[in-house]
Design a protein around this ligand. Sequence first.
Ligand SMILES: [Fe+2]
Length: 528
Amino acid sequence: MTALAPGSQTSGPVLSRRALLTGAAGAGAVAALGPWRRAGAQPRFSANPFTLGVASGHPLPDGVVLWTRLAPDPLHGGGMSPDPVVLDWDVAADERFQRTVQTGRARAVAAEAHSVHVEVRGLEPDRWYWYRFRAGNEVSATGRTRTAPAPGASPARLRFAFASCQHYEQGYFTAYRHMVADDLDLVVHLGDYIYESSWGRDPVRRHDAPEPITLEDYRARLALYKSDPDLQAAHAACPWLVTWDDHEVDNDYADDRSEELDPREWFLARRAAAYQAYYEHMPLRRGAVPLGPHARIFGRVGYGDLAEFHVLDDRQYRSHQVCPRPGRGGSNVVEDCAARLDPRLTLLGDAQERWLMAGLDRSRARWNVLAQQTLMAQLDRKVGPGQSFWTDGWDGYPAARRRLLDFLAQRKPANPLVIGGDVHSFWVADLKPDFDDPRSAAVATEFVGTSITSQLARTQAEQDAIVAENPHIKYGNLTRRGYVRMELDRGRARAELRGLDSVTERAAGVRTVAVFVVEDGRPGAQRA
Ligand SMILES: [Fe+2]
């Protein structure tokens, strides 16, 4: 992470120290050196360039990342000339900017689609701030953000929501309208922020483009999704933590292998384009700048001694899925697949797995939130005798899951809460080292949110039959799209599963379909 010194007024573009030292900078980074040396032009825009809104992310006790992108014509390449543009940014203690506490300048360059990621430091902990950007005669929307509590602080509570799986064609992003009304401290996005392909029943709107392959394609897809007003409002309402799943690149990809078994170098070039566009559109730290097909987005954010978020990336470093369909990569549902039990399989990769365990060991937080992509609990999908498993989730990597759950059992970090998405349905589960042994004790609690819009082809009756096969699963509901709202305090975690009445009407209502609590020191969810 190339953090700015507190009080620094300028956010420089693009070249990480590592890229400079190793000479590994890509063509985009080299192109950005020019504008870095030149004075920025005073821009004139034919239309307001802040069409994609503003966002903030990765809150620290003294700072936060502020994001925007200049794009007067967002769906047609952005509409910017290739020249760099200097923006001004303001951070204020009030919504009307009467008490501005910091201002600065940032350079937006074509190599990053004229996005900016300003790492503001020197703010006070645990308080709200407002921010905006200015360029030429244009001013962005105002965003609101919040710093994290100081490391030694003992905040009384934290309210956040988590979201995943927002297929643009399959519904409006109404869930975010309700999150804004929830007045949250934080939103956590667990992946499938975009979808690369068109599918599903009864679309409410269209991608109007084929699958993205190039950087320009992915930029257009991200811009299309970010044009949704409810999504923009949620980004402007509070800071976000983000990680990705497969559809930010391609369905079911695993590290360097695509579902279609594309040539490796071709697929890695596609992955590099997808990662770059994702970075350009998210409030990520500059430490997450992609270097070709590599980008480190896993990371950790603390909220005093109350909570620590361990944000994971289960796509980039994973082993290839075992026992695929003939001639294919990607997932499968398998009954007899000895390779699935190979202890060498990894979902997080060795380095991230060690990083996670070391961080859990060090954590002094009351709640340790593992923000990751998919259902961690074992899910036997075969009703009746025998078992079948879906290989793209943790069930495809049972030895890796066992390593993590054994670690939790032995090292006992405080109150592990696993949150996930991906499977387009609500799940609540006890996580235990041996799911097939009724005497194996729960060591963590899992909540999986349903999708913001993405569909699932299964009936609730089928879901109920599957839940009955898996006694560690307390709840499974696929009937509604929505999100999960969580409140952590010093005695318990409370999860409200929020289900939308519809995703085909922007103004549809939401209802709480179930509430579960986890008591401090007692892994496992209880119905409230
Ligand atoms: Fe999804």
